[in-house]
Design a protein around this ligand. Structure first.
Ligand code: ATP
Length: 240
């Protein structure tokens, strides 16, 4: 694997008196799919939010570098210009815009109109449900449809690094399969991915490497295949 795309060092986050992240180190290298798994409240979402600088008032310590440069002070809307895209928990689509408008917003850093139109068609072919509802307001879509749209919108900017926060949450088993198929496909195309997931089995099956987070700390890291067969991971996260 190649150079560091993302490097998180000594990250601490406190919400008032609650220490949500207690000094973690994490790396994602060029071309990798890395997953961060852990129980509810372990600090996974907080870690992603600290990376993208979208936390509510709280204390953050440590460093986050992306492509070798600090992300400190980078406004979230500038991240897309740096080819860093995030699909947040709860999707974060523009509810008062149509599906097509959401996709076009995702491509706001691109200028080639023909290429944007071709990308929209590509995503419509991957998610035909979005095509059928192209003119529907995103806020009226089902949870699964919003998840498809959020993924497609994030990928419209052709990100270098994609951060995904629990893409399987609230989806039917068929939709979970579909979303993971898209994740694996996007990874095969060379996009580097950091995937936060509750579904540890699917996440580790798709990933190259994994991190386990417990109560704000990283308690295990390694090759994803090895982790899938680790008795501690099996007992705590795979229900085996
Ligand atoms: P889940 O899988 O349930 O989404 P998580 O691993 O993503 O969990 P976080 O959402 O990062 O966990 O939460 C970590 C801890 O920080 C939890 O104890 C949570 O209650 C707390 N927390 C998160 N956001 C805030 C906030 N805005 N104010 C206060 N505490 C918060």
């Amino acid at each position: 694997m190649g150079a560091n795309v993302l490097k998180v060092s000594g990250l601490k986050v406190a919400y008032g008196g609650i220490k949500a992240v207690k000094g973690i180190d994490l790396e994602v290298n060029e071309g990798e799919l890395v997953t961060l798994i852990g129980a509810n409240g372990a600090g996974k979402t907080t870690t992603l939010k600290a990376i993208t600088g979208t936390l509510p008032p709280c204390k953050v310590e440590g460093t986050v570098s992306y492509m070798g440069a600090s992300l400190k002070g980078t406004q979230s809307f500038h991240l897309v210009e740096k080819k860093l895209a995030m699909v947040p928990e709860g999707r974060g689509v523009f509810t008062r815009m149509t599906i097509t408008e959401n996709l076009m917003m995702g491509a706001y850093t691109m200028s080639d109109k023909a290429a944007i139109a071709a990308d929209i068609e590509k995503w419509f072919s991957i998610f035909p449900r979005l095509k059928e509802r192209a003119a529907q307001l995103a806020g009226t879509l089902s949870g699964g449809e919003q998840q498809m749209l959020a993924m497609a919108r994030a990928l419209m900017c052709h990100p270098h690094l994609l951060l995904l926060d629990e893409p399987s949450m609230g989806l039917s088993p068929i939709m979970v399969e579909k979303i993971f198929e898209v994740i694996r496909d996007v990874h095969r195309q060379g996009i580097t991915i950091l995937l936060v997931e509750q579904n540890a089995k699917l996440a580790l099956q798709a990933a190259n490497r994994g991190y386990v987070m417990e109560s704000g700390a990283v308690t295990m890291t390694g090759n994803a295949d090895d982790m899938l067969h680790d008795p501690r991971v099996k007992a705590a996260y795979l229900g085996e």
